[in-house]
Write a protein that binds this ligand. Structure first.
Ligand code: SF4
Length: 375
């Protein structure tokens, strides 16, 4: 993708995991061919920023040597799988994720529309329900495995051996039953329009899933770490990889396998109550060509003030334009950059009708207490 600071190259590691060799190699490539900054994304991908025109070729060659690239861009787009980071070596998560990736790369695989994705959420309990996916393989309340169409309240029972086959059949059903129109289509919208799932998709109720974002800290597989705006420097990535393999999460955090305490490195968000965890800001102007105003400078000023004007756990989203790439979901408070300043949306998305418009940085930073009022 072309951006204001050069090309942005998306890397989609298999199984949502970077080995130490891959992470250190990726960090070297980000310095050699990009500007040394990497973004963690809400699809659990990692992006190399500021890639030069001349650096694109060597970067892709380097990624191929690390096993971090698909044979074609189309194959990479079809392998749209988010994997729970809470897997262990004795569960089926990585096996299912790898089998699903192979099935999507097969010559007879269904060709799914852009943004259509899969989740492999078969850890102890589902954690990805709030993350965008159209076909979900997840853990049921009685410990069984389920295949579920996004938007449905019941699912089909599967086993580790049949889960991927069921997901492929459901994908074929989606295409056959008219889920795609004009090259686009999502499962929940298809069901909302009245599509009726095959009979077996009423077999099992779905287990309630945690919907709030996890906090940094110790988890069973290691340590979960956050980063301001989900961005880290190449040297941080490299230093973290010296501690263990890295699992990417859709919460723009990294799970460092095997660690029992956060490493002492600059740029990490390690406190569960750090307000930086509640602030989302996309790249904005000038580094994104669509950005109407800067985003992160404003977000940095508002972050320490957050506890004074937003309820606990409420999210502030500063978006560089109405597209809202960094946080497509509603947020308690959204500031959307426009040509004349920032629009204020409460409880909505960046493109929603604003309560107030054209607010300046000076006003916003001097009057934060006025931003989250109901009248
Ligand atoms: S929301 Fe707009 S400004 Fe922000 S990254 Fe997306 S396109 Fe760029």
């Amino acid at each position: 993708m072309v951006s204001g600071d050069g090309l942005v190259a998306r890397v989609r590691p298999r199984g949502g995991r970077l080995t130490p060799v891959q992470a250190i190699g990726l960090a070297r490539l980000a310095v050699a061919h990009g500007n040394g900054l990497l973004d963690l994304t809400s699809r659990a991908n990692i992006q190399v920023r500021g890639v030069t025109e001349g650096g694109y070729g060597p970067l892709t060659e380097g990624l191929a040597a690390l096993g971090l690239i698909d044979p074609t861009a189309e194959a990479e787009a079809q392998r749209n799988i988010v994997v729970t980071p809470y897997w262990s070596s004795d569960d089926d998560v990585q096996t299912i994720a790898a089998t699903l990736a192979d099935a999507l790369a097969a010559p007879d695989a269904p060709r799914m529309p852009g943004k259509f994705g899969f989740s492999v959420d078969c850890g102890p309990s589902p954690v990805l329900s709030a993350i965008s996916a159209d076909i979900r393989l997840e853990r049921g309340g009685d410990g069984c495995l389920l295949c579920r169409a996004d938007g449905a309240v019941a699912a089909a029972r599967v086993t580790a051996g049949t889960a991927v086959d069921a997901a492929m059949k459901l994908a074929h059903w989606f295409l056959r039953s008219g889920g795609v129109s004009g090259g686009r289509g999502r499962m929940a919208a298809h069901l909302a329009r009245g599509a009726v799932l095959p009979d077996r998709y009423t077999e099992a109720p779905v287990q309630p899933s945690a919907r709030s974002m996890p906090k940094p800290g110790l988890v069973e597989a290691g340590v979960l770490l956050g980063f301001e705006f989900g961005q880290l420097r190449a040297e941080t990535l490299s230093a973290l990889a010296n501690h263990g393999a890295l699992r990417l999460t859709p919460w723009r955090m990294l799970l460092i396998e095997g660690l029992d305490a956060a490493p002492d490195l600059p740029g990490l968000v390690t406190r569960p109550d750090d307000p930086a965890l509640r602030v989302v800001a996309c790249t904005g102007a000038p580094d994104c060509l669509q950005g109407q105003q800067p985003t992160r400078a404003l977000a940095r000023i508002l972050t320490p003030l957050l506890p004074t004007f937003l309820p606990q756990d409420a999210v502030l989203h500063v978006s560089g334009c109405a597209k809202g790439c960094a946080h497509p979901q509603p947020a308690a408070l959204t500031l959307t950059a426009g040509a004349d300043g920032y629009d204020l949306v409460r409880g909505g998305r960046p493109g929603d009708a604003p309560m107030r418009s054209g607010l300046s940085v000076e006003y916003l930073t001097a009057n934060p207490a006025t931003l989250y009022v109901t009248r």
